[in-house]
Write a protein of this length. Structure first.
Length: 443
C-alpha cells in the first residue's frame, strides 16, 4: 500500500472488544500510523455507548485522528484501507441459546464448538459476507481481517462464496497460548518463538517450538504441560475468569492423549465432552459470565467516561487480545514478511489432508497477502479427528448455501460432541426454532 497513514473501519463497533482495539490501533504510530477510525454496527444504541466514549478518548489523546461511528455502510466502508471485523450476529441473547439448548439434551453448549458453534455459524455467514460485499463495493483495495466467530465456519464460507476476496481469518487463541509457552521458557512473548502447527480453527496442535537461535523448547514445554497444563504460566492475563483457568488446567489431560504435540485448549470440548457437560451449570453458562463480567465492565466504563466527559483517570490501556491484529495489519501495510497463524485453504500445506479444507497454519504475510508454510504430513490420530471436524464445518456451510435441513442434520450428527443422529435431530429442531430470524429457511 505504501501510504503514510491508514484508515480503519471496525465492524461490530458495539463489541466489548472495540475500546481495546481502538487503544491498540492508537498505541504505536511508528509501527502502524492511523489517520482515521470509523465504527460500524447495525445496533445504533449499543454502538453509541462505545462510540461516545472512544470519541472522548481520541479528542483528549489523539486529536489528529479522525473518528466517527455510523450504521450507514456507505459512510463506514468508503475510503478505507482495513476492516477489522468482530460482529456477533444475534448478540449474547442468541449465544445464550447456543449454549443452553444442547445442554438440555446432555450435549455441551459452547460458542464455537459442537451444535452451538454450528448454530452460530449459520447466523454469522450472512453477516460476514455482507461486510465483505460492502468493503468490495466501497473500498475494493482494502483488506478485511476477520475474527468474528465461529472463524472456522466463516472462513470455509468465504472460501466457497467469495474466493477472491481480500479477507484473512484469524484467531487469538494460538497467540495467547504461545505467549504462555514463551513465559514458561522465560521469554517475553509469542514473537520470540518459531513454530510449526497444524489443525483447524480451535482444533490444532504444535509439533515444533523453538527460540530464534534454533533451540528446541518442546521438552521444557512438555514438562510444564504434563505437570499442570497451561495453568502455571501467567502470561494469559486477559483470561482471568475461573472458567478459563479450568480450561488451562484441563489442557494437561488433553496433552496426555498425544504427548508428542502441544494441543490447543479448545480440544477439550472434543476429547472430554462428558467431563465438560458434568462441569457445566445448564442455567449459568459462559454467556452469563461474560455478561456479568466483560460486558458489564466495558459498558460501565464507557458510560462513566461519557458522564464525566473525560477518559482521564480510568487507567485505560490497549487490549493484549488485539495486539496481533494490529501487527497483522501492519505486516500487510508495510510488506513485513512476518510469520502469523492464519485460517486459510489448505492447498497442500498439510500434505496428507484435503486440499480444499480450511485449516489453521503458520503463514508469511506481506503486502500481497499470505504464503503458506508447509507443515508436511500429520499423524493418523490428528488426521482422523480433523477429517471428522472439517466435514462438520463443510456440511454446515453447504446447509447454509443449499438451505438444506438434511446437510445440517448430518453436520450435527457428525460432530464428535453429539452421541447419535436422534439427539442431533432433537437439538437441531430446537435450534432451528430459536434461529428463525437468522438462518435461511431450510427444507
Ligand atoms: P458483542 O456482542 O459485544 O459485539 C458484537 C457486535 O456486533 C454487537 O454490537 C452487534 O450489534 C454487532 N453486530 C451483529 N451483527 C452485525 C452485523 N451484521 N453488522 C454489523 N454489526 C453487527 O460481542 P463480543 O463478545 O465483543 O465479540 C465480538 C466478536 O468477536 C464475536 O464474534 C466473538 O466470537 C469474536 N472474537 C473472536 C476471537 C477470535 O479468536 N477469532 C477472539 C475474541 C472475540
Ligand atoms: C478466545 C477464542 C475466541 C473466543 C474467546 C471467547 O479468545 O480464541 O475465539 O471468542 O476466547 O471468549 P469469551 O470470553 O467470550 O467466552
Ligand atoms: Mn478464536
Amino acid at each position: 500500500m505504501g501510504k503514510q497513514s491508514y484508515a480503519v473501519t471496525i465492524a461490530g463497533g458495539g463489541s466489548t472488544y472495540t475500546p481495546g482495539v481502538v487503544l491498540m490501533l492508537l498505541n504505536d504510530a511508528e509501527k502502524f500510523p492511523v489517520r482515521k477510525i470509523v465504527l460500524y454496527d447495525n445496533d445504533a444504541e449499543r454502538q453509541k455507548t462505545i462510540g461516545d466514549a472512544c470519541a472522548i478518548y481520541i479528542r483528549e489523546r489523539h486529536p489528529e485522528v479522525e473518528f466517527s461511528y455510523t450504521t450507514d455502510p456507505a459512510e463506514a466502508f468508503s475510503g478505507i484501507d482495513f476492516v477489522l471485523a468482530q460482529i456477533r450476529v444475534g448478540k449474547y441473547a442468541m449465544r445464550d441459546k447456543d449454549e443452553k439448548i444442547p445442554l438440555k439434551y446432555g450435549v455441551l453448549g459452547q460458542e464455537t464448538c459442537g451444535p452451538g458453534g454450528i448454530a452460530y455459524g449459520l447466523r454469522s455467514i450472512g453477516g460476514v459476507i455482507g461486510l465483505v460485499d460492502y468493503m468490495e463495493k466501497y473500498s475494493p483495495d482494502a483488506w478485511m481481517l476477520n475474527y468474528s466467530n465461529p472463524a472456522a465456519i466463516v472462513a470455509e464460507a468465504t472460501r466457497r462464496l467469495r474466493p477472491d476476496s481480500r479477507i484473512i481469518n484469524i484467531c487469538d487463541m494460538p497467540i495467547a497460548l504461545m505467549d504462555i509457552m514463551a513465559s514458561m521458557c522465560g521469554l517475553k512473548d509469542y514473537r520470540d518463538l518459531s513454530y510449526g502447527y497444524y489443525g483447524l480453527n480451535h482444533f490444532g496442535w504444535w509439533w515444533k517450538i523453538e527460540d530464534h537461535a534454533g533451540h528446541d523448547l518442546m521438552p521444557h514445554i512438555k514438562e510444564c504441560m504434563a505437570r499442570n497444563g497451561y495453568a502455571d504460566a501467567t502470561a494469559g492475563l486477559e483470561f482471568v475468569d475461573a472458567s478459563w483457568q479450568a480450561t488451562f488446567e484441563k489442557a494437561k489431560d488433553v496433552y496426555a492423549v498425544d504427548p508428542s504435540t502441544i494441543p490447543n485448549t479448545y480440544l477439550k470440548y472434543y476429547l472430554y465432552p462428558d467431563y465438560v457437560v458434568a462441569h457445566t451449570d445448564p442455567k449459568h453458562t459462559r454467556t452469563d459470565e461474560v455478561r456479568e463480567g466483560r460486558e458489564k465492565r466495558v459498558f460501565g466504563t464507557a458510560r462513566e467516561i461519557v458522564r464525566r466527559n473525560t477518559a482521564e483517570g480510568f487507567g485505560l490501556k490497549p487490549d493484549e487480545h488485539s495486539e496481533y491484529i494490529v501487527d497483522l495489519a501492519s505486516a500487510l501495510a508495510e510488506n513485513a514478511k512476518e510469520r502469523f497463524m492464519l485460517i486459510v485453504p489448505n492447498h497442500g500445506a498439510i500434505e496428507n489432508f484435503d486440499s480444499d479444507a480450511t485449516v489453521e497454519i503458520p503463514c508469511i504475510v506481506g503486502s500481497d497477502g499470505y504464503e503458506r508454510i508447509c507443515q508436511g504430513k500429520i499423524p493418523q490420530f490428528q488426521k482422523g479427528l480433523m477429517e471428522q471436524q472439517v466435514s462438520v464445518e463443510k456440511l454446515a456451510v453447504s446447509a447454509w448455501i443449499d438451505h438444506s435441513y438434511q446437510e445440517l442434520w448430518q453436520a450435527l450428527t457428525l460432530s464428535k460432541t453429539v452421541p447419535s443422529a436422534a439427539v442431533a435431530k432433537q437439538i437441531l429442531d430446537d435450534l432451528y426454532e430459536a434461529n428463525k430470524e437468522f438462518w435461511p429457511e431450510l427444507s
